[in-house]
Design a protein around this ligand. Sequence first.
Ligand code: HEM
Length: 411
Amino acid sequence: MTDSTADAVSAASRGAAEYRANPYPVYARLRESAPVCRLSPPHGVDTYLITRYDDAKAALTDPRISKDMYAAMDAYHTIFGDSSVALDDNMLFSDPPKHTRLRRIVNSAFSPRRIESLHPRIQQVTDELLERCPTDAPIDLLSSFAFPLPLVVICELIGIPEDEREEVQQWCATVARTGFSKADKEKLAQAEGTLRDYFAGLIVRKHKNASDDLLSDLIRTQDEQGALTDGELLSTLWVLLFAGHKTTAYLIGNAVFTLLNHRDQLEEILADPALLPNAIEEVLRFEGSVENGTFRHALEDITIRGTLIPKGSLVQIALSSANRDPEKFSCPDSFDVRRQGLQSTHLGFGSGPHYCLGAPLTRMEMRTALTTLFQKFPKIELASEASEAEWLKVPFPAFRGLERLPVKLVP
Ligand code: HEM
């Protein structure tokens, strides 16, 4: 690694504002001079960051790079502490055959028919939220629209009662935002304990009062052989809730921000709405909301591009970097809603066995949210300079998203 790349990585590792505003030049240097780069994250466990497309795609399916948290308990405890274990006993933290079993059960309750049936309700919530937004002063689109929409959708899908959603969202926010200091870990443990108790209570209530939501479906399948244990059920609710709302919220924000900064392409979409689905795929590539894949670790010594990743190290896969790799995408730093062949190539939803379970739901939510927003407010504009946008400031984070998105809703 050159000195200038090392400096850039060090700035990125401190979460420097300049890097967060535009992490892509750092990723470009890493792809060039340190495509498998050793990081020193604050939690202290050795971590290797993979930044090239081909390596990222291969690593996402490499059985030597595990997602089984029980096989890496020491590292797991160091990073997350005891309190996360019960919540993370789900498909996202397991390998086959356990992963295959858990995913199959949830998949069947997450059928295309159920997703399709959500559309009228997604449209209604979208309309109601936008109806409530004032048009005479700038608003923060993230807090008034982008966050509430997916939260309502995922809560309704799971079966979380309306008057309990606000509190559930607060606990999730605490879990998502905590760092690695002792005080942070205590806060994390408290929020996770509360969420655990909440889900356990919800499961008991649904046992007594089943309805047509996903949780009731999952409870019904518990009589079958190989079904979810109570612990797996609880932790599956958590992964759906957590994975299912922040990701989509940040993607709505990233999509609106990017399209407003490429007004000519937004006008093309308004003139020809058939372009929107591909535009959403391009947002997933160009400014996807999951910057890095989740917790993985090396089951044995692995060498990638001449760099040894010792057994037990963490492996982080920089999806946002892979999606800007010029070896895979021509002019990767240009946003182009007409780019071809995106759906099968970009890594915005990951790849391989852990490919996002919620991708069809997300695509539908994105289409509904963006179509309605831009039809209702075709002259919507940013209420502050694009260069002043406040991006999340965590170093090499899971999410890529804005802290807020001030806009003027002009009908
Ligand atoms: C913009 C929206 C979304 C994005 C960008 C996104 C992205 C991702 C990515 C990159 C992964 C793979 C992580 C890895 O391999 O480390 C993933 C997995 C997953 N996502 Fe999503 N996601 C989104 C929305 C959703 C929604 C709405 C749901 C649920 C309703 C969901 C549920 C899941 C689940 C359960 C997994 C784990 C799958 C497995 O381990 O087999 N996601 N997602």
